[in-house]
Design a binder for this molecule. Structure first.
Ligand SMILES: CCC[C@@H](CCO)COc1cccc([C@H](O)CCN)c1
Length: 536
């Protein structure tokens, strides 16, 4: 059992503090030796400004987007960071107040406007946020900082300049897409999003954006909705954070955390409401799994998979095996929204309070679900899963639904294996062995974990007073055999508040989680959520 690590000094508070951007990259002090094959850029997104005009931003996802870049070249490392010049940021800086409502913070009324002009301003409908603080990924040859709304922001991956605000509604019938797309080896991007604005088809749309075009035209111009999945509750679609994709299938796990459209589509800004106020739990549906084929794109409406209630943000990996689909997930048991525990005030509490708050929260668990592809003419009441290596079950019920029970791959008291990563280019959508995760200790990131999803063995990296971020796997060039799946390194931005250089890029050997090198910088790096490694 993993030992209980404590943080009485509450050093983790530093990762939720505002910082300044840099005017140019600063050098890092390298301890150890950076592998010669590791040259490129680590790009990370996260919140970097947590108050505006003296008013606090309330939620982890409200902080104004900061782009971070560690450049690795010839064994040396530099660090750069710039605020995203989103409309949300620029207008907040100009007016010295929160102008655009964020995930958990309502816009501050314009003191210059009288009550009537404010009233009519709000009835123009809420201005959706473009505070793209969650992830950064490529569409064709372009780099986009993203959140989960319909706005994505094109950025320059070298200078970190903000290039262009793009409204996906111009190209696709969606109200937003997740920050976790899947990308095919040919560069095609797949994503899923709520659709409740257009022709009132209240559902979930899986979208496809083609790769870079030979004629250099905009790939988004050729994007399309591949397949539409129905919402279990028409006027209350579920919150979606990620989805699964195998060679031939999409997997969408519909969780019991719902968006109340009456609230979300009304002029809710007038009431000072936020996105967080539009969520509510469904206490009866449990959790539904939906399947769709990729080519031809088709929703399999006869495959009605059900299981007990959990929150799901991050799929780990999904693959097909002998007529089954194996779905590995980071779950949080229960239907209460986990984001209720991610207000900054909670995360900045003293360690004893942080632990107390986490006791009542949904409990984290890494789980494997197995979906039988053949659900016709099968025996009711019998376990349909015949894979030798898993205890997950699927049982056909008289009402035609298939009840799923998972195999637990990792579980610890308030110890989450989250922000999961795999050797994506080699193993995404395929049978695999290793997942890498950020260990959350009562929601505080304090370790890096490697999980063997076959043996359930774990390896951990942890250092006193260190607060790491999502570990990114980078494969060693030429390691392409199945048994070389973990040949490579893990990169994580770690904050060590008490140290002389309070942040470093940690480079671990992905086989044994031994430290290879670290590149220390004389700057605190606020919490980063997701990112990517850009090969040279
Ligand atoms: C009522 C929820 C609406 C959905 C979009 C509609 O599909 C989520 O909207 C936001 C708005 C602001 C920040 C975020 C963050 O991305 C969350 C954490 N990743 C999500």
């Amino acid at each position: 059992m993993t030992s209980q690590i404590n943080h009485p000094a509450a050093g983790y508070r530093k990762i939720f503090d505002s910082v300044e951007e840099l005017n140019e990259a600063i050098p890092a002090e390298v301890i150890g030796t950076i592998p010669s094959w590791l040259g490129g850029s680590v790009l990370r997104m996260g919140p970097g400004l947590f108050e505006v005009g003296g008013e606090p931003l309330n939620h982890l996802f409200d902080g104004q987007a900061l782009i971070h870049k560690f450049d690795l070249k010839d064994g040396g490392v530099t660090y750069h960071r710039r605020f995203l010049r989103s409309d949300a940021y620029v207008r907040a800086m100009t007016e010295n107040r929160v102008v655009i409502t964020e995930f958990g913070t309502a816009a501050f009324p314009d003191p210059c406007k009288n009550v009537f002009s404010r009233f009519f301003t709000y009835f123009k409908g809420i201005e959706v946020t473009d505070n793209c603080s969650v992830n950064i990924y490529t569409i064709g040859e372009d780099f986009y900082a993203v959140t989960e709304s319909n706005y994505i922001t094109k950025v320059d991956p070298d200078s970190l300049e903000t290039l262009k605000k793009v409204d996906l509604c111009k190209y696709l019938s969606v109200n937003g897409v997740t920050a976790h797309p899947h990308t095919d080896t040919d560069g095609t991007v797949y994503n899923i999003g709520n659709c409740f604005g257009k022709n009132m088809s209240l559902a979930y749309n899986i979208v496809k954006i083609p790769p870079a075009q030979k004629d250099k035209s905009e790939p988004l111009e050729k994007s399309k909705v591949l397949v539409q999945l129905p919402s279990s509750e028409r006027l209350k679609p579920s919150y979606i954070h990620s989805f699964g994709m195998t060679d031939n299938y999409f997997v969408f796990v519909e969780q019991p955390v719902k968006i109340n459209l009456f609230k979300f589509l009304s002029a809710w800004a007038f009431t000072g409401a936020t996105y967080m106020d539009c969520f509510e739990s469904n206490y009866s549906m449990g959790t539904w799994f939906h399947l769709a084929t990729k080519d031809p794109p088709d929703y399999l409406n006869s495959h009605r998979f059900r299981t007990s209630a959990f929150n799901i943000f991050h799929h780990i990996n999904t693959y097909e095996d002998q007529g089954f689909i194996v779905v590995d997930l980071c779950t949080w048991k229960g239907h209460e929204f986990v984001y209720n525990y991610l207000y900054l005030a909670n995360l900045r509490q003293e360690w004893e309070e942080v632990k107390k708050a986490a006791v009542n929260a949904p409990q984290p668990e890494v789980r494997r679900y197995v979906l039988p592809l053949d659900v016709h003419r099968v025996e009711q009441g019998k376990n349909l899963v015949s894979l030798s290596y898993t205890t997950a079950t699927a049982v056909l019920h008289p009402d035609g639904t298939v009840w799923l029970e998972p195999e637990v791959l990792f579980s610890g008291p308030r110890l989450a294996f989250e922000f999961p990563q795999i050797n994506y280019s080699q193993r995404s959508g395929k049978k695999y062995s290793f997942a890498y995760g950020l260990g959350l200790n009562h929601f505080i990131p304090d370790r890096i974990v490697k999980l063997n999803v076959q043996s359930k063995e774990t390896l951990t990296w942890q250092e006193d007073e260190c607060y790491p971020s999502e570990p990114m796997f980078v494969a060693k060039p030429g390691a392409t055999e199945e048994e070389e799946e973990d040949e490579g390194v893990l990169l994580s931005v770690v904050v060590k508040p008490g140290a002389q250089r309070p942040a470093f890029l940690l480079i671990l050997d992905a086989v044994d989680l031994k430290e290879i090198a670290r590149a220390e910088v004389d700057a605190i790096v606020p919490v980063t959520l997701h990112g990517m490694y850009r090969h040279p």
